[in-house]
Write a protein that binds this ligand. Structure first.
Ligand SMILES: [Zn+2]
Length: 824
């Protein structure tokens, strides 16, 4: 069950970064013999293990990693709290005990959790002690200071770093003060929360309520450093709607949709709007909404036998019965009789006329002598099967798929492998326009991502003719919607087991292959990719086949993940991707995975890409906010492994590093500020569709997050038509300085700078201008002697400053240059 942590060399990754640069576009003893028959019909043992949702608290990422590796499902709704990580887990009673034994605190049942934003330290009397130091030797830096309002309440979010942050004896404390607007004095000092992940100091941070927008903040470290910073606005207040057109049509989706409903609507859209829409069928069929028919016969001890049909349940497996027969007499051999679909195991008897076949022997006889009806039979779990098998009346094997859960939608689910249609929308579907892949419901129980994606598609086709902004999107982008990338699992979630996360592929060995484990099989599709993979030692994927983050037996083992790679390789114009998940209220990009020992992340995107991600996130989330003031907070935006946890082998890392695709991960829903309680309230995977329209409601989430997807299309359209070359400057500029000087680069738009300081011509192999630290602005160079900087900048769309050609021998050498002369 426990995952092996492998250390690996990062040899392959620099090469991957290189490809990004070039494209720029980026889980006993048995009772004594008894003449009684055990069980008739179906055994109670085959009830799937019951799960429930509990709120938990972990001490930190180390514990999260340990618990995840042990196969627990803690994936969604995780939130950093001052003294650790809070989240929700879908667990059995047995697993709750196991969690407690690992040190996890169980907070209560899963009605969503709240985090009081005054919880981290409170207000203290405080006086700054040190004067501000020079920037190049600054020991305290403001990473971000963001102001936003939601539902009538203002919030300030601050991240700050101290160079002494890793120090633990004593632990460095940081104090934050804010003013109340321009010209007002600092006050209300608060102790900031120190954020440590896998033993590494990240930064200090706080989110707290304020009634007035501050203009500046001041952060002071217990080691003496102090700095001030200006407050920025996070998201636009009253962001302009996507369109001012009063005839703009929205609100098309009126309830949750099964995969069949999603796919049939996709095909219908393609028929109704043939000029702008078509279907692309993905080549790899899923492994199917189907299971082998099974039974566990004779308890769970050494005499128990687990049998599985060779045929899928719906293809005849469900018609099979297995009977263990006690014949009269003595000295009888073990034998198997087959009559139609009735399998009779004639148990052996010894010289004194007692039953004499062990479970292991019966299993072997069933596999060899059932006429091909049973191809898998074994003792229960890890038993050796040494117990004597008792007689049993005929037991009907079942795939359990006919047993619908309470509240399941009407209708039968088609059995067998499914073909996934991609709904492609765009006026020009020939590769000329930037492609955008919207991939929903990798995780089966996440129902809102599917409705959000469908709503977006409906808005495109219904408004194309009547709304100019929509027409611009459709004319200038090439959009690929996968409305559910996990139809088998999604059907299992709708019809059988609401908490299903993975697909339905059973990769388990015999020890975990009995039917009571059926709700624990499958591969986590978002752990099955190739970059930053658990197979290479990255954190957050499990090798256990019954873990909810099971990464699969190998990279790309599953048809659903193979299909994504096929799609982006066939349609090389795909430059944007959104993997839509729920719930949590987060927007992520790279890095999204790390090796826990040393916290080695996948490579950080160049500063230009990072800035472009932030700019795009701001546009997308401002449109989400425009619907009902839902704010995705800045602490939940960025490289996912920087702010939350590592997800080994996620799709985003693969598409970004291998294909230069701007690949976002989105957790829609959840974390809404509730002014009635004064707390933030978490969401759920399957919120009541109507619900409370101001808080948790599948409908409201669908509408607000569809706004964000529409804005992502506009980001892509703008990117595709961006011919504007970036400009950049060294600040301060060239000139004579009597003393050493601190310089940094600034750009006119999100762009990456390549520079030299040895007089040589800058190329794409030259050093890249980087952030001082992650989530911070660009580094500061402390220039102590005369230095010439040569550089150029490249924007997110690949436009190069002054049309300089860094690859070829550009005789114009029209890169930028500036000499800083010191001491003259
Ligand atoms: Zn998910």
């Amino acid at each position: 069950m426990r995952r092996t942590q492998m250390r690996i060399a990062l040899l392959a990754l620099p090469a991957l970064v290189g490809s990004v640069l070039i494209t720029t576009a980026p889980a006993g003893a048995e009772p004594a013999d008894s003449a009684a028959t055990v069980g008739s019909g179906r055994s109670h043992l085959e009830d799937a293990e019951q799960v429930r949702l509990v709120r938990i608290q972990l001490t930190g990422a180390d514990m999260l990693d340990k618990v995840t590796a042990a196969g627990f499902d803690l994936e969604h709704g995780l939130k950093r709290v001052p003294d650790g990580i809070e989240g929700e887990a879908v667990v059995t009673a047995e697993q709750i005990a196991e969690l407690k034994a690992m040190g996890v605190e169980i907070l209560g049942d899963g009605e969503g959790f709240t985090w009081s934003d005054e919880a981290d330290g409170g207000i203290q009397t405080f006086r700054a002690q040190a004067a501000q130091t020079l920037s190049h030797e600054q020991t305290v830096r403001v990473v971000r200071a963001d102001w936003f309002t939601t539902k009538g309440q203002g919030f300030l979010y601050v991240e700050a770093r101290t160079t002494a942050g890793q120090q633990t004896n004593p632990i460095v404390t940081m104090q934050l003060e804010n003013d109340s607007g321009p010209g007002t004095s600092f006050g209300s000092a608060r102790t900031m929360s120190r954020f440590v992940d896998s033993g590494q100091y990240m930064f200090h941070r706080n989110l707290f309520k304020l009634d007035a927008r501050p203009n500046q903040i001041r952060v002071t470290s217990s080691t003496g450093g102090v700095t001030t910073g200006y407050v920025s606005n996070w998201l636009e207040d009253g962001a302009p709607p996507l369109t001012a057109n009063p005839g703009y049509k929205s609100d098309f989706v009126d309830g949750y949709r099964t995969p069949q409903q999603l796919y049939s609507r996709a095909e219908e859209i393609a028929r109704q709007y043939p000029d702008i829409a078509e279907i692309v069928y993905l080549p790899n069929k899923t492994n199917g909404y189907q299971r082998k028919a099974q039974a566990t016969i004779g308890g769970t001890g050494q005499s128990a036998v687990v049998v599985s049909s060779a045929a899928w349940g719906h293809e005849g497996g469900n018609d099979i019965t297995v009977e263990f027969v006690n014949r009269p007499g003595a000295n009888l051999p073990l034998d198997v009789e087959v009559n139609g679909k009735a399998v009779r195991v004639l148990l052996a008897k010894n010289a004194s006329g007692a039953l004499a076949s062990t479970a292991a022997q019966v299993a072997t006889a069933l596999k060899a002598q059932s006429g091909g009806l049973i191809d898998r039979a074994h003792p229960y779990r890890t038993n050796a099967g040494t117990g004597i098998v008792q007689a049993s009346s005929p037991v009907a094997l079942t795939d359990f798929l006919g047993e619908k859960r309470a509240g399941a939608p009407e209708g039968d689910v088609p059995r067998g492998p499914a073909t996934i249609p991609v709904l492609r929308i765009g006026k020009h579907r020939d590769g000329r326009n930037p492609g955008v892949l919207i991939q929903a419901q990798d995780h089966a129980r996440e129902w809102v991502p599917a409705t959000t994606s469908l709503e977006s598609a409906e808005r495109l086709v219904h408004n194309y003719k009547s709304d100019w902004e929509t027409k611009k999107i459709v004319n200038n982008t090439d959009i690929f919607f996968i409305l559910s990338n996990n139809p088998d699992g999604a059907n299992y979630s709708f019809y059988n087991f609401a908490s299903q996360r993975r697909n339905m592929t059973n990769h388990c060995p015999d020890a975990d292959a009995d039917p009571a484990r059926r709700n624990s099989w499958g591969v986590d599709l978002n752990r099955n990719y190739r970059v930053g993979s658990g197979h290479d030692g990255y954190s957050g994927g499990s090798t256990s086949c019954v873990s909810d983050t099971y990464q699969g037996p190998e990279k790309l083992s599953e048809p659903e993940s193979k299909n994504i790679i096929w799609l982006v390789e066939k349609y090389r114009n795909i430059k944007f991707m959104m993997s839509v998940h729920s719930n949590g209220g987060q927007l992520f990009w790279q890095p999204g995975a790390y090796i826990a020992n040393g916290r080695i992340t996948t490579p950080r995107p160049p500063l230009g890409d990072e800035a472009f991600y932030w700019q795009s996130a701001s546009r997308i989330l401002s449109q989400v906010k425009a619907h009902r003031e839902t704010v995705v907070t800045p602490e939940n935006v960025g490289g996912s492994s920087d702010v939350l946890y590592s997800s080994a082998g996620n799709v985003r890392e693969d598409l970004y590093f291998n294909y230069g695709i701007y690949a976002f991960g989105w957790e829609v829903g959840g974390s809404i500020y509730n002014p009635a309680t004064g707390n933030w309230q978490g969401g759920s995977f399957q919120p009541t569709w109507v619900g409370n329209p101001e808080l948790v409601s599948g409908h409201a989430e669908t509408m607000e997050y569809a706004n964000g997807i529409m804005e992502m299309f506009r980001v892509a359209a703008d990117w595709g038509t961006d011919n504007k070359k970036p400009t950049s400057q060294l600040v301060p500029g060239r000139g004579n300085y009597s003393e050493p000087v601190d310089v940094h680069f600034e750009t006119s738009e999100p762009a990456t700078i390549y520079y030299t300081t040895d007089g040589s011509r800058p190329t794409l192999e030259s050093p890249r201008y980087t952030a001082t630290e992650f989530r911070e602005p660009g580094q500061v160079f402390h220039v102590t002697e005369t230095t010439t900087f040569n550089w150029f900048s490249v924007d997110s769309a690949g436009n190069i400053e002054q049309n300089y050609d860094p690859k070829n021998n550009d005789t114009r050498n029209n890169y930028r240059t500036a000499t800083i002369t010191v001491g003259k």
